[in-house]
Design a protein around this ligand. Structure first.
Ligand SMILES: O=c1[nH]c(=O)c2[nH]c(=O)[nH]c2[nH]1
Length: 321
């Protein structure tokens, strides 16, 4: 239904913030993941909006139930990219009138607790710690609009809320100076940011699941290095981000960002684009000159006021040619 003045130009619905915790027991060696899942659907659902026709609605409650069921049966549940692909593929395969699924998986951190007294790698088999607010973020778009046996997927992966700080090897000078400029040029400053990283892969073809068997979702037998199937990409992207942040003699957030992004593209040949959003969380040296105390020489300042807002916000996308 449309009228002279309006029509339904977009429609997508589903469940948000589905909280899932899964334990996989490998004997006494337990693995855990905690996910916040969003699963949204598109398809022939217009009449649910325009005609109050619920016959086309897969209830968001059912979408939630499917998500928990997939967390139980999917052999890929410990890997957020593969789990999201499996869930999205099942949603579009199961319902003839659903043509696209948009699945976002936010993975919270649970790391193993180290065993005291052991140096190096010994860790408890069954005890974990939330070591930080950092999250892995995976977004997949599953497209079955060309047919249920011609499913394609677009995967975006990344990290959010990874908080870092360095106390030197960061400068900022040579910027525009005019009547609005109050910022001093500095050859040394504190640099801190909460890293938001996303990287994309080229679209992939999803093999049709045999007999609509929900538990089956095949990963290619040959996994191209740096591709969406390569489970070492997230660790590589995180390692490059942290080591570049730490080791770069930073001329600006912009220059450090560009260096990180290029390195991720160089080392992960299947990655197509890399985007960062980096807030510049300012730490201002406290002026104590009124007490006769020197605290303003950049490389010698010791007491700073962390300023939550306003922050700079430096963003960019670097793409493979
Ligand atoms: O690395 C920086 N980039 C900027 O664009 C900027 N602007 C600013 O005030 N401080 C900084 N620092």
């Amino acid at each position: 239904m449309s009228d002279e003045f309006s029509y339904l130009s977009a429609a997508r619905y589903g469940k948000d913030k589905i909280r899932v915790f899964r334990v996989v027991r490998e004997g006494k060696w337990h693995h855990v993941v905690e996910y916040n899942v969003q699963a949204l659907l598109e398809g022939d659902i217009e009449t649910s909006y325009t005609e109050a026709d619920n016959s086309v609605v897969v209830a968001t409650d059912s979408i939630k139930n499917i998500t928990y069921y997939m967390a139980k049966v999917s052999p890929h549940v410990l890997n957020p990219e593969r789990f999201a692909l499996h869930l999205g593929t099942h949603l579009v395969s199961k319902y003839p009138h659903i043509h696209k699924a948009f699945v976002t998986v936010e993975q919270l951190r649970w790391s193993r607790i180290p065993i005291p007294g052991f140096q190096g790698t010994a860790e408890y088999s069954h005890s974990f710690i939330r070591d930080g607010d950092e999250k892995r973020i995976v977004k997949v778009e599953i497209d079955a609009s060309k047919g249920k046996d011609k499913i394609t997927a677009q995967v975006t992966s990344g990290i959010s809320d990874l908080l870092v700080l360095k106390t030197t090897e960061s400068a900022f000078s040579g910027f525009v100076r005019d009547k609005y400029t109050t910022l001093k040029e500095v050859d040394d400053r504190i640099l801190s940011t909460s890293i938001d990283l996303t990287y994309t892969f080229p679209p992939i073809d999803i093999p049709k699941p045999a007999d609509a068997d929900v538990e089956q979702f095949d990963v290619p037998s040959q996994i191209p290095p740096g591709s969406v199937w390569d489970t070492s990409v997230p660790a590589s992207a995180r390692k490059i981000t942290l080591s570049t942040f730490a080791s770069d003699n930073s001329a600006s957030v912009q220059a450090t960002l560009y260096r990180m992004a290029r390195l991720i593209l160089t080392e992960n040949p299947g990655v197509q684009t890399v985007s960062y959003a980096l807030p510049n969380k300012h730490y201002i040296p406290v002026d104590m000159s009124y007490l006769g105390v020197e605290n303003l020489v950049p490389s010698q300042a010791e007491v700073f006021m962390p300023v939550a807002a306003p922050s700079g916000l430096i963003t960019a996308t670097v793409s493979r040619k």
